[in-house]
Design a protein around this ligand. Sequence first.
Ligand code: FES
Length: 246
Amino acid sequence: MTALVPAGAAGAFDYRAALVDLPSYHDDYTPEPTRAWRPVIGAGITLPPLGFAVLPSFDGEGIKTRDVNLGPITNFPEGEYVIATFMESPELGEVSRRTAFVRNNGRTENGTPSFTAIYSRCVHLGCPVQANGPSGQILGLPTVKEKTKNGPVTFSPTVPAGFGCPCHGGQYDTEGNRTAGPPVRGLDRYEYSIKNGRLVLGSAYSVDYVRGAGKDARIKKYPLHNPGQHVAGPEFWLWPIPEIRA
Ligand code: FES
């Protein structure tokens, strides 16, 4: 048997000469046709996630929501919340169903009816927020159904101590202000108007924080932002993409 001895020693086996001339791993074995497709393959992998990171979602700012007729204001007992579900675009069917927490605040000092209409979309990542409290049958109160131009609308009475999100524990008070968890601002709201004694929801808008409550609330409106986006403060200005900042 040949003894293994260091190369160069007398009688040693010269293993360098025996080495096959293998290519280094830097050599390119990609077949020529595949190489030509590299830019396309790279773009296909890179652009979709980049698009999701840079572009607003379909439910984001700049998209005006439709007016929704919720029926007579007598459907809304003063001082109490109801959970209103409605179709924003009846021609699209159930996929356009939305929920708002609507409270009749009574009348302001100048006699104008005042309502709070909170959009149920959590402003963390968009899960549906729930009323923290009994609602509907537990209260022994009926769910009201109303036929409107926007299709059927239902109102379920509720007595919330606040609103909570089942996804990551975001919590909000009864004005929609964030009280705990990961959401970055207060819950979005709907504009509203009273037309022929009926409550009509308009476009949704974003808020940072609501001061006061009910008909005395002071609210600064911001264009509707996506969940997760700040609308004010240093974090808003640090947002790296100005085009979708507001
Ligand atoms: S989506 Fe509501 S807390 Fe995360």
